[in-house]
Design a binder for this molecule. Structure first.
Ligand code: URA
Length: 226
């Protein structure tokens, strides 16, 4: 498993919570609310990504949400804030949800991987894609979020989310807009990650992709009611 073992001086101030292993395991297994689960996740050591991240960034939103949006992993701003999708990709997501008439306050938003994985470059921390082992290790938390919230729809924002939710590599560009029903009955809607819109430089292409993403979110709104 590829990991980032950084010298301590390259890290942000250490705000991590130290949780003894025995306590962690019982908190993990006994958590029967999202709040308890979120607290337990602060001490997660299931993969090495906790070492360089500031904190676990757990999901947020109502505990009884009908839909869970799943992203890839927290970015730089999310790592510092401790909340998912508060940075540039989150702004794109917020704006599109607003345009599609989906109330962000009514949806639960989380990530496939709950620690920021990055490479330091000078003073900057550059996003580094989580590998399959890290996605698998963090799937434990995602499954628990689904178990407790019991949504009737999941939205996979990009390939890492689709890998985690479906357990296999999924060609997102080919399958976007489709719903895959899992064996447990959960409907998984496939779409792009909002950062894909951010990365497009040419204005007309960016606008066209934004429109496609908006169309996907309108379909999510329809599915939420179905
Ligand atoms: N990208 C993600 O996938 N998740 C976040 O929380 C932020 C950016």
């Amino acid at each position: 498993m590829a990991t980032t073992d950084l010298p301590r001086k390259a890290k942000m101030p250490d705000r991590r919570v130290s949780v003894p292993r025995a306590e962690l395991i019982s908190a993990e297994t006994n958590a029967n609310s999202v709040t308890e689960l979120r607290e337990a996740a602060q001490g997660c050591r299931r993969c090495p990504l906790w070492r360089n991240a500031t904190q676990t960034v757990f999901g947020g939103g109502p505990d009884n949400a009908k839909v869970i949006f799943v992203g890839e992993q927290p970015g730089d701003q999310e790592d510092l804030a401790g909340k998912p999708f508060v940075g540039p990709a989150g702004k794109v997501l917020d704006a599109i949800l607003d345009d599609a008439g989906v109330d962000r306050q009514k949806v639960y938003v989380t990530n496939a991987v709950k620690h920021f994985k990055f490479e330091p470059r000078g003073k900057r921390r550059i996003h580094s894609k989580p590998n399959a082992g890290e996605v698998q290790a963090c799937r434990w938390w995602l499954d628990k979020e689904f178990e407790l919230i019991k949504p009737n729809l999941a939205v996979a924002l990009g390939a890492t989310a689709a890998l985690s939710l479906l357990g296999k590599a999924t060609p997102v560009m080919k399958m976007r807009g489709q719903v895959i029903e899992r064996e447990d009955g959960l409907r998984v809607f496939i779409t792009i990650h909002p950062s894909f819109v951010l990365r497009i430089r040419e204005a007309a292409d960016k606008e066209a992709e934004r429109e496609r993403f908006l169309r996907d979110m309108r379909e999510v709104k329809r599915l939420m009611a179905a």
